[in-house]
Write a protein that binds this ligand. Structure first.
Ligand SMILES: C[S@@+](CC[C@H](N)C(=O)[O-])C[C@H]1O[C@@H](n2cnc3c(N)ncnc32)[C@H](O)[C@@H]1O
Length: 335
């Protein structure tokens, strides 16, 4: 083995873990909020603000700057880059909640071994229960997780609206719609449409508050439920964004089977997910697949896997519309 391989593996094994950990930790500490772009700050001043160990904080900032997260100026101060700016709490689409969520749930990453050996989510081994049960029982984590969904996926919404035509849909049900950022944006773009947000009870209140604040409260109904038991009726289209990738094939058949029971014969099923490409090329979908494996215990799927899953649930895939982001809109109709 050459020096080049050792160096590359060092970077992957040690640098990769350290980088993720460092980003999540500075986000948790609120460091990005302490720097205003164009007004760099010394590590000493940052350390004083949060009561941290100055030299350690400096080394973490220098490390992050070497990956383009913050930049160190000639006189040893730290300023923002576009990546570190995205970790501020007050920017549109802030990534802070996403990084903080991983800071709090970091031990999950240590359970990949368990997932590989058993096929079960590493999260269950670490925390003793599936992630969505854990969130329901941890009121301090649940709103952070909701916000993390906007950190991770908020940017996909406009790209989806640009790529996919929702014309003709009168009532759209967003199943597992979180705090409603997707249904809110669709309703804003299609003023004649009304929405139904179907969610677990503990999320629904936050969804209602968020859509009401946007002036959309009266165009959306909020229905509490568990998609493993039943799904709300009354919509002509059902959208599932980042729901199907959370679950195993058997669980997805249950969820889609419940959708099949209520969707009208001419209704549309829309699944917004990554479609894993074939071949060896890097793809964010393959990164996400690892997260799905360890955390909810789900799967990112290929086109063929979606086709099979839909067939098994009495749906037929009609189109896959790519967007400018990692997700596509997978459209299916009941058969
Ligand atoms: C990965 S998040 C996706 C949220 C949203 N669709 C988005 O794209 O931002 C999964 C959502 O499914 C909801 N969920 C989990 N289990 C559920 C169940 N059994 N019934 C209804 N919703 C559920 C969670 O509360 C969470 O908001």
């Amino acid at each position: 083995m050459s020096y080049a391989e050792t160096e590359k593996l060092n970077q992957i094994v040690m640098g990769g873990a350290a980088l993720s950990n460092a980003v999540c930790t500075v986000a948790e500490l609120g460091i990005p909020d302490l720097i205003n772009s164009g007004s760099p700050v010394t590590a000493e001043s940052l350390a004083r603000s949060i009561g941290a160990h100055q030299r350690s904080l400096y080394r973490v900032m220098r490390f992050l700057a070497s990956y383009g997260i913050f930049k160190e100026t000639a006189n040893g101060q730290f300023d923002h880059t576009s990546l570190s700016e995205a970790l501020r709490s007050d920017v549109e689409g802030s990534y802070r909640a996403g990084a903080q969520t991983w800071f709090r749930l970091f031990p999950t990453f240590g359970q990949l071994h368990h997932s590989i050996m058993t096929g079960e989510a590493g999260f269950i081994k670490e925390y003793g229960k599936p992630i969505f049960d854990f969130l329901g029982e941890n009121p301090e984590m649940a709103p952070l997780f909701d916000a993390a969904m906007t950190s991770f996926h908020g940017y996909e919404t406009q790209a989806m609206l640009d790529a996919y035509d929702f014309d003709g849909i009168k009532v759209l049900a967003d199943v597992g719609g979180g705090i409603g950022s997707l249904i809110g944006a669709v309703l804003q773009s299609y003023p004649m449409m009304t929405g139904i947000l179907f969610e677990l009870g503990h999320v629904l209140g936050r969804a209602q508050a968020s859509l009401t604040a946007k002036g959309l409260g009266d165009r959306c109904s909020f229905v509490e439920g568990n998609f493993f038991e039943s799904i709300v009726s009354g919509a002509d289209a059902y959208i599932f964004r980042h729901i199907i990738h959370d679950w195993t094939d058997e669980q997805c058949q249950q969820i889609l089977g419940n959708c099949r029971k209520v969707i009208p014969d001419n209704g549309k099923l829309l699944i917004v997910e990554c479609v894993v490409p074939t071949g060896n090329e890097p793809s964010v979908s393959k990164d996400y697949d690892m997260i799905m494996m360890i955390s909810p215990g789900g799967i990112e799927r290929t086109k063929k896997e979606y086709q099979e899953l839909l067939e098994q649930s009495q749906f037929e895939l009609t189109s896959i519309t790519p967007t400018s982001t990692m997700v596509s809109v997978i459209e299916a109709r009941p058969v």
